[in-house]
Design a protein around this ligand. Structure first.
Ligand SMILES: C[S@@+](CC[C@H](N)C(=O)[O-])C[C@H]1O[C@@H](n2cnc3c(N)ncnc32)[C@H](O)[C@@H]1O
Length: 285
């Protein structure tokens, strides 16, 4: 069956054919060979730092490692590795053969600065959606952390992840929860009468692209492109790619309000009711 037509969300930050300041819109810029995340690489490298953002440290990396259950001596490939936030935990778990691939030459360069001295680490600049020598069936396990929504073709991404794995090899994918985090379409709200913090969702079913400004306060803020996909499209892309989902976890925020009172209580409840991230484990078919 052909995939449903893709539509663009209305996004006030997404410029028209020509943005103020003369920058063409994000899709056109990607086509001009700007390597996607290169313009925001320095910002992202600083944000993530040595051991990750607080969400990385408290939620995402512990869940990734738990679900991956890395065994000493295994070969692991981290697809869309960025500046390599997962490498240190993998090395600490005894993984001695790590391949990191990312489309951004600048983030691969940052990964080399941070981890280049590690033995057994191979870093490759490559588009995860395109065929490549790295997808060679030699890895015991593959990861893709917080990046599925950054790639244009999810089925191609999962297909290449599957091809990178040995038959039966396992994959762990962690991403923004597609049901509760739709950029520009999902928000927290406060119901004063019921004293509850609720999650408002203005659109979900429409797959589409949203420009994300990395320095919202600055007129020159660079943008990345977020690809929202409803859950069914995401899961179908995994299957189309040749991976069978074996488990699913929904990950919740560790952050807790410190202010006390009804707001605080409501925030706690909301943090425990609405997951921020979706984690999936899968096996190569
Ligand atoms: C939010 S960052 C996550 C990086 C890293 N996994 C982490 O958790 O810090 C998204 C990453 O996806 C990469 N990316 C986006 N599209 C890609 C593609 N088609 N092929 C490979 N990498 C891609 C970007 O360059 C960026 O490093």
């Amino acid at each position: 069956m052909p995939p449903p037509p893709r539509r663009h969300f209305h996004n006030p930050r997404q410029p028209g054919p020509q943005a103020p300041g003369g920058k063409p819109p994000i899709k056109a810029r990607a086509a001009q060979g700007e390597h996607g995340w290169d313009p925001v690489a320095a910002w992202y490298d600083k944000l993530v730092g040595e051991s990750g953002s607080d969400y990385h440290r408290q939620v995402i990396l512990p869940a990734t490692l738990r679900l991956l259950a890395p065994q000493p001596g295994e070969a692991v490939i981290d697809v869309c590795c960025g500046q390599g936030v997962l490498f240190k935990p993998l090395l600490a778990a005894g993984i001695s053969k790590i391949t990191g691939i990312d489309a951004s030459p600048q983030l691969i360069a940052a990964a080399k600065v941070r981890h280049g001295a590690e033995r057994g680490l191979r870093l490759i600049t490559a588009d995860a959606c395109a065929a490549g020598a790295w997808a060679d069936g030699s890895h015991d396990a593959a990861t893709c952390v917080m990046a599925v929504h950054d790639v244009a073709d999810a089925a191609a991404l999962f297909s290449n992840m599957a091809l990178a794995l040995k038959p039966g090899g396992r994959a762990v994918v962690v991403l923004m929860h597609p049901c509760f985090r739709v950029p520009k379409q999902s928000h927290w709200g406060w119901d004063a009468e019921q004293k509850i913090q609720y999650r408002r969702l203005d659109a979900y079913a429409t797959a589409g692209e949203v420009a994300i400004t990395t320095h919202p306060g600055k007129a020159t803020g660079e943008q990345t492109c977020f690809h929202h996909r409803p859950l069914a499209e995401l899961l179908s892309a995994i299957g189309q790619g040749g991976l069978a989902v074996t488990a699913c976890e929904e990950l919740y925020s560790h952050r807790r309000s410190q202010t006390g009172g009804p707001f605080s209580k409501a925030e706690h409840r909301a943090a425990q009711e609405f997951p921020l991230f979706l984690a999936l484990t899968a096996r190569r078919l």
